[in-house]
Design a protein around this ligand. Structure first.
Ligand SMILES: *[C@@H]1O[C@H](CO)[C@@H](O)[C@H](O)[C@H]1NC(C)=O
Ligand SMILES: *[C@@H]1O[C@H](CO)[C@@H](O)[C@H](O)[C@H]1NC(C)=O
Ligand SMILES: *[C@@H]1O[C@H](CO)[C@@H](O)[C@H](O)[C@H]1NC(C)=O
Ligand SMILES: *[C@@H]1O[C@H](CO)[C@@H](O)[C@H](O)[C@H]1NC(C)=O
Ligand SMILES: *[C@@H]1O[C@H](CO)[C@@H](O)[C@H](O)[C@H]1NC(C)=O
Ligand SMILES: *[C@@H]1O[C@H](CO)[C@@H](O)[C@H](O)[C@H]1NC(C)=O
Ligand SMILES: *[C@@H]1O[C@H](CO)[C@@H](O)[C@H](O)[C@H]1NC(C)=O
Ligand SMILES: *[C@@H]1O[C@H](CO)[C@@H](O)[C@H](O)[C@H]1NC(C)=O
Length: 648
């Protein structure tokens, strides 16, 4: 007998199924689970399961070849009523197919469904199930077809559906799901339906391939195969200049193509320019390397400055040496001389466009920033004149220049040290590793204070900053911004391209090599985009190479997935969408390609000040007073359903 069943196993198995004969031990555990289920669930009299017979012979039940486990359970339209009792069906550990469709089952899907690890088909359509999307189901990673349609499910469709990577069919139609559609993206998904729910917002790119009747009956859903979304930018544009570029509703296809073409073209040109520049720099550097002693480690900057000054002594005599001193400006409280500076311990803060900055701790404890300029092109006279101008600038949003040193081989600038670091570090440093994200109010505060600093430079001092970027926005302990590294371009003539950091550089600067008020505004606009998107404006962080941050933002906005533009870290704050959009519009005006279309910085500041900040008059909300914002880290993000939506 055993021999027979081994050799003709398949035939035997088929005959077993057909005759319902019991030869092997029956699935006792699964049988008990089924009996528990059916005894606790009211039903019509169709599934008359004879408890004396094998469960494998029951209507709707199929077992594996060993008859040791139930693998299929189909009970469609058998008048099951009420909730699925917990700890019954969840015990069918080998179940592959479960169909309970067309009954009157209600309540939530029991959490123990998460134990049905091998389940690949689940049909629960046409019941009265309710509650949110069952989280137990997103753990069933083998699911290929999931049908929850025609029930009474509510709440959001969770992004964690993407856990179900093998899904080929997902049917959620005729429920009451709300919120926006997540980017559902299993590779093999071919059937998809969310019709007749209560979804809103735009259809994500990943789902745009499905036909309109996969989405119908959601009055507030738009984009993709449906009609285009109302421009997200509905509020009146604060900028008169950027009407087409941002909204981009008209001539959608064409302009996307054009953008790509322009981006590719610009990319090639930029590359060529960069190559040329590199070559030039190489040559220059070689020349200088032969003229100068080799550069040494940071600690020795200072010593080197010392030797060079002594060299000057030799070259220029005592009178020259007298003049090669640290020159302090009025208003500072520092009391040290070059010798002290030379003895200070130094640590590299950063290598910038114009040279390297060091944090220098003097012996008596004072900390200053020493910037060692390289490739200065102007003569001493012009240098001193520019220093005179910069040294006079006193504004709380501008890092004060305290002193300078000029000799033939060394040019040093001394600034106040800002212990809180730069915006770049705050925004991009140790992302995702449990740090406190920079919240929205503080981003606005930084944008506004940096803008005010820049407006002071432009309007009161008539000075072009020339090097606006996140690492030059230093922060005070209260997160007020303070501009560093301003007004140095005139020292370099046209030899050194201003603002070498691609990404912040206005397009016309590449050609003219001249920074202007307008190119500052452009860089400031990029900075605003950086605050909004959380992305550093260098090419690497944008994924699509050859596209700078403004163009990337434009392309994203154009494709109507506006929400994706914003920093994910901002998604935990509520009721800021409108403000984010307003700031985005301001930023887009600043990064207009045509310089004349960029608003002057003082107007930009006014627009930021005039933004419809909600809740308080001074424009800065107390994040800690508003529990819904989750800024204290206790409120989980995105769980806003339970809190009533704020009135607009
Ligand atoms: C239940 O099964 C047993 C054994 O197979 C059989 O003797 C009995 O008649 C069945 N009862 C009903 C109601 O079908
Ligand atoms: C049948 O049972 C044997 C041991 O009893 C097991 O090794 C085998 O995997 C089982 N086959 C199936 C299809 O469950
Ligand atoms: C995703 O699936 C894994 C098992 O592969 C599970 O441990 C995890 O909890 C699931 N995530 C969610 C959100 O359900
Ligand atoms: C659907 O659920 C809502 C509450 O979530 C309830 O008020 C309503 O009666 C349910 N509808 C049906 C048909 O069960
Ligand atoms: C859908 O849910 C909303 C609340 O989220 C409720 O007001 C509405 O009546 C529900 N619609 C249906 C058809 O159950
Ligand atoms: C979508 O609806 C939810 C409430 O269900 C609301 O909080 C959200 O603001 C809406 N989103 C859009 C874009 O209308
Ligand atoms: C989606 O479901 C709706 C409602 O049942 C139906 O009208 C529509 O044809 C379905 N779409 C697809 C693509 O199956
Ligand atoms: C948008 O700006 C262009 C010039 O850039 C102008 O010709 C056009 O009329 C403007 N459109 C609207 C709707 O203001």
């Amino acid at each position: 007998m055993a021999l027979l069943s081994d050799s003709c196993f398949f035939v035997f198995f088929i005959s077993l199924l057909l005759l319902g004969r019991r030869v092997h031990p029956e699935p006792t555990q699964d049988k008990q689970a089924l009996l528990d289920f059916i005894s606790l669930t009211p039903h019509a009299n169709r599934p008359q399961w004879n408890s004396s017979a094998s469960a494998c012979s029951w209507v709707g039940v199929e077992c594996d070849a060993n008859q040791s486990h139930v693998v299929v359970l189909r009970l469609p339209g058998v008048g099951l009523v009420g909730p699925v009792p917990p700890n019954t069906l969840g015990r069918l550990s080998q179940l592959r197919v479960l169909s309970l469709r067309s009954n009157r089952l209600s309540g939530e899907i029991p959490a123990d469904f998460s134990q049905l690890k091998l389940l690949h088909n689940l049909y629960l359509q046409h019941n009265l199930f309710s509650g949110e999307f069952p989280s137990s189901l997103t753990q069933l990673t083998r699911l290929t077809r999931l049908d929850l349609s025609f029930n009474n499910f509510t709440g959001k469709i969770p992004f964690s559906i993407n856990n179900l990577t093998r899904l080929t069919g997902l049917f959620l139609e005729n429920n009451n799901f709300s919120g926006s559609l997540p980017s559902i993206n299993p590779a093999g998904l071919v059937n998809f339906n969310v019709s007749n729910n209560n979804l809103n917002g735009s259809i994500p790119d990943t789902l745009a391939k499905f036909q309109p009747d996969s989405f119908s009956g959601n009055p507030n859903l738009c984009g993709g195969p449906l009609s285009p979304c109302n421009p997200f930018f509905v509020s009146p544009a604060p900028s008169p200049t950027s009407n087409v570029s941002v909204v981009g509703k008209r001539s959608k296809k064409l302009s996307t193509g054009a953008i790509v073409a322009i981006a590719v073209g610009a990319g090639i040109i930029l590359l060529l320019l960069l190559l040329l520049l590199l070559l030039c720099l190489r040559k220059r550097q070689r020349k200088e390397n032969t003229a100068k002693p080799p550069k040494a480690a940071p600690r020795s900057v200072v010593t080197e400055a010392g030797t060079s000054s002594s060299k000057d002594d030799v070259a220029g005599g005592p009178a020259e040496a007298e003049r090669n001193k640290l020159v302090f400006f009025e208003g500072g409280t520092y009391n040290f001389d070059l010798e002290d500076l030379l003895r200070a311990s130094a640590e590299v803060l950063g290598k910038g466009s114009f040279g390297t900055s060091y944090k220098a701790i003097l012996e008596e404890g004072t900390t200053v920033v020493v910037k060692r300029l390289k490739d200065v092109a102007v003569a001493k006279k012009e240098f001193e004149m520019q220093m005179e101008v910069l040294g006079k600038i006193k504004h709380e949003k501008v890092v004060p220049l305290r002193a300078f040193y000029y000799s033939k081989d060394e040019k040093l600038l001394v600034y106040d040290f800002m212990p809180s670091g730069s915006l770049s570090a705050l925004l991009h440093g140790s992302r995702g590793s449990g740090r406190t994200p920079l919240d929205w109010d503080n981003r606005i505060k930084i944008a506004l204070s940096a803008g005010r600093g820049l407006a002071h430079l432009h309007v009161s001092e008539k000075i072009v900053h020339g090097n606006i970027k996140a690492s030059n926005i230093l922060l005070r302990s209260d997160l007020e911004a303070c501009l560093a590294d301003f007004g140095l371009n005139p020292l370099f003539g046209s030899a050194v391209p201003p603002n070498r950091v691609a990404g912040y550089r206005a397009p016309e600067v590449v050609e003219t090599r001249r920074v202007t008020f307008k190119s500052d505004v452009y860089s400031f606009g990029v900075l605003l985009l950086e605050l909004l998107t959380g992305k550093a404006p260098n090419l690497a962080s944008l994924g699509e190479e050859g596209i700078d941050l403004p163009r990337w933002v434009q392309s994203v906005v154009r494709e109507e997935w506006t929400a994706e533009v914003f920093d994910v870290e901002l998604m935990r704050y509520h009721n800021i969408e409108e403000e984010m959009v307003q700031l985005l519009q301001i930023a887009m005006a600043c990064v207009s390609i045509v310089p004349a279309e960029r608003p002057p910085i003082e107007q930009v500041v006014r627009m930021i000040e005039d933004m419809n900040r909600t809740e308080t008059d001074d424009g800065l909300r107390q994040s800690s007073d508003d529990p819904s914002k989750g800024s204290d880290g206790h409120t989980p993000p995105r769980e806003s359903r339970t809190t009533p939506p704020a009135t607009p």
